[in-house]
Design a protein around this ligand. Structure first.
Ligand SMILES: NC(=O)c1ccc[n+]([C@@H]2O[C@H](COP(=O)([O-])OP(=O)(O)OC[C@H]3O[C@@H](n4cnc5c(N)ncnc54)[C@H](O)[C@@H]3O)[C@@H](O)[C@H]2O)c1
Length: 429
């Protein structure tokens, strides 16, 4: 594979699969934009006010149509963006091409990149000597901390998109290893309540359907992890008529699953019961050898958590003794002799690998939080202590306000009497 090529023709430095896909990519980016009214409003203001002037930003995100609209917004604000992929299977090559060719954004991302290429692309983004990072999963931040400590003083701040990234950042901060402040965009209410729940819920079902074309009605679906993603996944599968069992390690979340109407069982009990398994825990080896051994013939497994470690695939490959074949796009069949088990998208994020990721309408809110957090950090980043910070509450509320306004939904203001009552304590029974 060729190294990133700076093009004299005016194209920014890039390494993408095929610039010839730019036209198709641009059409899809525009299609997504229609569903992203909040981000569009922010872009229009950024175009006028240029609040990010002079900012070099390295972003490690899924290279999708929605991310393209975020990158356009940041560039409209005056930032120079270098984008690399946060997952080798989620890159949409046509979008990468459009970003370079139509929108002048530096992109280093190819669908299906091997591990070396993946990290070479992160390096290429870091080579732009960013003042800010925008990460999804914390790979860019850890790479810079481990391999490029000389750059840490140049970086004012960063943002992080997902739960697993926030967990890693908090671990770094606890060890005193984190060298610049990071805003945890995932923790914004207008992010995880919608993106993790409704976005992952719908797109995970989409990924399973596109990969398998299985009927969901009547099927036994096991969802491991009843966090924000798991709740959405379980609800959407049930909506299609599945019987859902939830596997949890947290008592409160297990109770919540039960009272939401799902069965709750251990992974040991779920293994022979389930027909479709979806992990969304952010944990490692949730489904392991002892579970593969008792699964039904034809069981389908996939993962919606950030990393591809939730299914113990090396153990499954051992059990199959090398009898693994691709039977459909994104479906690998492991032949255990008496039974065949199926793994979707190599255990990577099924919603982004076998489908197109979250619908744009939900990413509108996540990426509005990203754009506004970048603006806030550009102004206030140097005032922040080292560590992981919440999205400022005013940004979170503003995103909700703009989204409702874009949907034409008007709320009741409190009457003066109600406002007074809600702020008082005298009046009781
Ligand atoms: N697919 C996507 O597009 C997408 C979107 C957002 C987040 N994510 C990722 O999905 C994962 C989950 O995110 P979330 O926001 O739901 O997190 P969360 O912290 O809200 O929920 C995770 C749940 O998993 C449970 N859990 C942990 N280990 C377990 C185990 N061994 N067995 C069963 N349950 C276990 C936890 O108790 C918790 O309730 C993270 O890796 C996150 O980064 C993916």
């Amino acid at each position: 594979m060729s190294a990133p090529v700076p093009r004299p023709s005016g194209l920014p430095p890039h390494d993408v699969a095929d610039l010839g896909l730019a036209e198709q990519g641009a059409l899809r980016v525009e299609w997504a934009e229609r569903e992203m009214p909040v981000l569009r409003l922010i872009r229009e203001r950024f175009e006028r006010d240029k609040p990010l002037d002079g900012l070099r930003l390295a972003a490690c995100l899924h290279v999708t149509t929605e991310t393209a609209n975020l990158a356009r917004t940041l560039e409209a604000g005056g930032a120079k963006v270098a984008l690399c992929a946060s997952n080798p299977l989620s890159t949409q090559d046509d979008v990468a091409a459009a970003l370079v060719e139509r929108y002048g954004v530096s992109v280093f991302a190819r669908h299906g990149a091997d591990r070396d290429t993946y990290y070479r692309h992160l390096s290429a983004a870091a080579d732009t000597r960013p003042h800010m990072t925008m990460d999804d999963g914390c790979d860019l931040v850890t790479m810079i901390h481990q391999e490029r400590p000389d750059q840490l003083d140049e970086i004012v701040a960063g943002t992080e998109e997902t739960t697993t990234g926030v967990i890693r950042l908090r671990a770094m901060a606890a060890e005193g290893a984190l060298r610049y402040p990071v805003i945890a965009v995932n923790e914004a209410l207008t992010k995880h309540l919608f993106d993790n729940r409704y976005g992952t819920g719908q797109s995970t079902v989409d990924g399973v359907l596109r990969a398998t074309n299985h009927l969901i009605a009547g099927r036994h679906v096991v969802v491991a992890g009843y966090g924000w993603c798991g709740k959405g996944i379980a609800a959407r599968f049930r909506g299609l008529g599945a019987q859902v069992a939830v596997v949890e390690v947290d008592q409160v979340r297990a109770l919540e699953a039960l009272m939401d109407g799902h069965q709750v069982m251990t992974i040991g009990d779920a293994a022979p019961w389930g027909e479709i398994f979806v992990t969304a825990t952010g944990d490692i080896h949730v489904i392991r050898a002892e579970h593969f051994k008792v699964m039904r013939d034809g069981a389908v497994m996939c993962n919606a958590g950030h990393f591809d470690v939730e299914l113990d695939l090396p153990a499954l490959a051992d059990l199959a003794g090398g009898r693994v074949r691709t039977v459909r796009p994104n479906v690998q069949e492991y032949d255990l002799g008496d039974r065949r088990l199926h793994v979707l998208a190599e255990g990577r994020l099924v919603n982004l690998s076998a489908a197109e990721g979250h619908p744009a309408a939900v990413m509108d809110m996540s990426f509005a939080n990203q754009a506004l957090s970048a603006e806030w950090l550009h102004e206030h980043g140097t005032e922040l202590a080292l560590g992981v910070h919440d999205v400022p509450e005013e940004i979170d509320r503003e995103v909700a306000r703009l989204k409702l306004a874009a949907m034409g939904i008007v709320l009741d203001p409190l009457t003066p009497e109600q406002a007074k009552y809600m702020a008082s304590w005298e009046q009781g029974t």
